[in-house]
Write a protein that binds this ligand. Structure first.
Ligand code: IDP
Ligand code: MG
Length: 152
């Protein structure tokens, strides 16, 4: 039950479909605090690093093409159990199998166009945050509302 940081990307399909605000709203509404955010176009080099664990899989080249195909919105979100909070709010990888009520389950249909990325562990979050943000881009602040989101 500790405070964590996680990396979230609204992928190029989310930006193109005008779903950036919707996706960010759903995460904010769960109480997560945005501590860094920017828009950028991911380079192939960055994509290979970010998705390094998938190198060699049949979908890897398509995944790199996709994630570099247009601007993304990158964010660091912070909060209690932030990694799991983001993963459950996103839904499972394949939108067809994702539960209604999740971003992917409500808004997606294709595993190769699943709208959003969220780190899968605190270890990968630390690594991915380092790919996308320098330490001085990550803010540290509290909100009065935080005491209404978690008991302690
Ligand atoms: P995750 O995004 O839910 O963590 P991962 O297994 O880490 O899912 O896969 C990374 C990304 O690779 C997925 O979000 C999706 O965009 C893409 N991907 C994964 N499996 C497939 C597949 O079977 N076909 C096409 N793309 C895939
Ligand atoms: Mg993953």
């Amino acid at each position: 039950m500790s405070t964590e940081q996680t990396l979230v990307l609204v992928k190029p399909d989310g930006v193109q479909r005008g779903l950036g605000g919707t996706i960010i709203s759903r995460l904010e509404a769960r109480g997560l605090r945005i501590v860094a955010m920017k828009m950028l176009q991911v380079s192939r080099d960055m994509a290979m690093k970010h998705y390094g664990a998938h190198q060699g899989k049949p979908f890897f080249n398509g995944l790199v093409d996709f994630i570099t195909s247009g601007p993304v919105i990158a964010m660091v979100l912070e909060g209690r159990s932030a990694v799991e909070m983001v993963r459950t709010t996103m839904g499972v990888t394949d939108p067809l199998k994702a539960q209604p009520g999740t971003v992917r389950g409500d808004l997606g249909v294709d595993i190769g166009r699943n709208l959003v990325h969220g780190s899968d562990s605190t270890e990968s979050a630390a690594q991915e945050i380092g790919f996308f943000f320098s330490p001085d881009e990550i803010l540290s602040y509290e909100r009065d509302v935080d005491r209404w989101i978690t008991e302690s």
